[in-house]
Write a protein that binds this ligand. Sequence first.
Ligand code: FCB
Length: 466
Amino acid sequence: MTARNFPESFVWGSATAAYQIEGAATEDGRGRSIWDTYSHTPGRTLNGDTGDVAADHYHRWPQDLDHIAGLGLSAYRFSISWPRVQPGGSGRFNPAGLDFYARLVDGLLERGIRPVATMYHWDLPQELEDAGGWPARDTALRFEEYASGIVGALGDRVHTWTTLNEPWCSAYLGYGSGVHAPGRTEPAAALAAVHHLNLAHGLAGRVVRELVPSAELSVTLNLHVVRGASGSDADRDAVRRIDALANRAFLGPMLDGAYPADLLADTAAVTDWSFVRSGDEKLIAVPLDVLGVNYYSSTLVRAWDGHSARSDADGHGASTHSPWVGAEDVDFLPQPGPYTAMGWNIDPPAFTELLLRLRHDYPGQPLMITENGAAFDDVVAADGRVHDDRRIDYLRRHIGAVADARAQGVDVRGYFVWSLLDNFEWGYGYDRRFGIIRVDYDTQERLWKDSAHWYHRLAHTGHLDG
Ligand code: FCB
């Protein structure tokens, strides 16, 4: 049976991202990012929501850190806004922006909370997009320069440096389906973006290694658990193709030092991958102290016969363009419920399966769950509280899935709930609430939901109830 107890060394944390919580979009010399442009473009986000104010964390960070401390968490995963610290994306750094993160990091350390900093959680300086964005190699070189600036300034006060958050989303949603900034729908550009994000990871990872050898290095991937509708050869091949695009396009160069041959062959009609230069793949494979894993739901596919009606339930927003470039003959099937408010299916066993697979494919690679959580339509009840039982149930079952994997020998070192606060959920704006702490966007008041009280107890006891 499952061990429901986590050791004291297990890291309990919460996660956020700069554009989703900070606000202060034009303050203290912050430049513009692709998300400023995208969210201000009519029709791009639900209700036209933008991150201009968000959860006003830029002004309220001391109270927010007090909440993290109050929750008894030992780590906080946040992201640094590139345009805030280096407006324009090259050259001059903005001292006021760097100061903000220095104060944040010091504030965490004073409270005994481990800072886990993500260098890139999707807010590319607009100038770099204008110069070609992630499909352009130069963006990776600019990222190396940006990394040197922030690592130089914050250095070993940051416990873990995470280069990228979910490059899958940056590449395929940003440049393939266009449901994320910058909203381009160019299949070849999406694959070039995959490579240049990988390259950026390798270059920035080497900066961390050189400047702060004592810091931990990581990257966060949203790995997909892809299942086939049947065991037929065609369906198995559909699974293989999506696994290549979703998982091995990143795991391959990062952990094996090479792109998988089948990925290159599958996408040959889209691109010849000539943007991969000799030596790139070796450079990308900088050894990782921990691999960050984000998990929310699972994926079901079948081979498409070319004429029957397609489901295309890929769960990543409405777009006539698929993020799965080069896999037009794969159909995404609706999954059995229940679902979260995102329409994502709830599948904790798939989480265990994913962690077991990683141990199998990369034995000895320590793992960290850097995001997991759920949006539900929360309401403040008559007693003034948010009784978010479904979120508690989601968290309990997914943390249980982590316990199951640990019981089978998977080296998972910690868990960060997504998210600390309700925030700007990208294309869905403020409509989808992921926080364990509710944000009242009229008053910016913070209110612990029942899930926050539950998580607090878990972090304190290390014992999973229920
Ligand atoms: C992940 C993102 C995070 C948040 C959650 C719900 O893909 O990394 O910013 O939007 O999904």
